[in-house]
Design a protein around this ligand. Structure first.
Ligand code: TA6
Length: 302
């Protein structure tokens, strides 16, 4: 299966028509076109703002930004010099190798190691590997984090999240199952650490109003459905999930958000963002998501 590399971009193509495009900048997936088991024509499944910078000048507004080592505003002393959502989404990663290439799919690995720019604001030994796999109806992205210090060296503490901008009609989309899950509402307290825990009571979570909710220990499997479309997320290692859509008032204040862009996506973001992953020297942590393109009739039947 062809893997093309050019101008800082890696393009994966599946013989049945699906494709994915990854910028080395931020290891940002900026396109995933996929058919589903019931809709054989590949469709774009991600949202990227028409005003997004794709030249590496700033994090991409859309697609799948990689959030590491902190989510939101830094809250750990080791992260004090970092910008919101950390540095992984704004550093140039390296294309390492093709991990798998067969009739079922193609898998590539990108890596990020400390460089002078990173060390100046985060002086901890780490190795990141991001494995992206495209198959006929699925896209999986696995983030591997290693504490590259020697055993017995200082621990590595971090948060990680995959900031999926799922293309969907924001006013008609629902996320399930989150009923009964504890969440923190950032629309009431931008620092979720100060927000009071709530329990989700809705069978399906909508984003008809400004939504910025951090669900803790959320179960790891989610359906995102709307009339005529849907996406399934299965995750490992990401115990939490964030649901975000700014709607018009907050959305209009986002400089690289196209006019009305907030109507075209829902962010459903698997992460480990409540608390910190702690790795001893030599240990590795993996956070994985598998996105499956489907339609709502199939999901609703489950
Ligand atoms: O994941 C939701 C969130 O933390 C929101 O609070 C909002 O800030 C969004 O991320 C986008 O953040 P960004 O730094 O990409 O503008």
């Amino acid at each position: 299966m062809p893997v093309e590399q050019s101008q800082g971009k890696v393009v994966l193509k599946h013989p049945k028509g699906s494709s994915a495009e990854i910028l080395l900048y931020g290891a940002s997936i900026i396109s995933w076109k996929s058919s589903s088991s019931t809709d054989l024509a590949p469709k774009e499944r991600l949202f990227v703002s028409g005003k997004a910078a794709l030249d590496g000048s700033k994090p991409v507004r859309g697609g799948i930004p990689v959030v590491f080592p902190c989510f939101g505003a830094p809250s750990h002393p080791d992260h004090a010099k970092l910008p919101q959502h950390g540095f992984a989404r704004s550093e140039v990663w390296s294309f390492s190798d093709v991990v798998m290439d067969n009739d079922a799919g193609v898998s590539v690995r990108l890596t990020l190691l400390p460089n002078d720019s990173i060390k100046a604001k985060f002086d901890k030994p780490f190795e990141l590997a991001y494995v992206v796999t495209l198959s006929e109806h699925q896209l999986s992205t696995d983030l591997h984090v290693k504490n590259s210090g020697t055993p017995g060296a200082a621990t590595l503490q971090f948060q990680a999240l995959l900031h999926n901008y799922i293309r969907a009609p924001a006013n008609d989309v629902l996320v399930t199952p989150l009923q009964g899950v504890t969440y923190y509402d950032k629309t009431e307290a931008t620092d979720e650490l100060k927000a009071q825990p709530k329990t989700e009571t809705r069978p399906g979570v909508d984003v008809k109003k400004f939504t910025d909710s951090v669900y803790e220990n959320a179960g790891g499997k989610y359906q995102v459905v709307w009339p005529g479309g849907g996406l399934e997320l299965k995750t490992k290692g990401f115990k939490d999930v964030v649901v975000w859509n700014p709607q018009a008032e907050a959305g209009a204040k986002i400089g690289d958000m196209e006019a009305g862009g907030w109507e075209k996506y829902i962010c459903v973001e698997p992460g480990f963002v409540r608390g910190f992953v702690t790795l001893a020297g030599g240990e590795t942590w993996i956070g994985q998501q598998v996105l499956t393109a489907t339609d709502s009739s199939v999901l609703a039947a489950k």
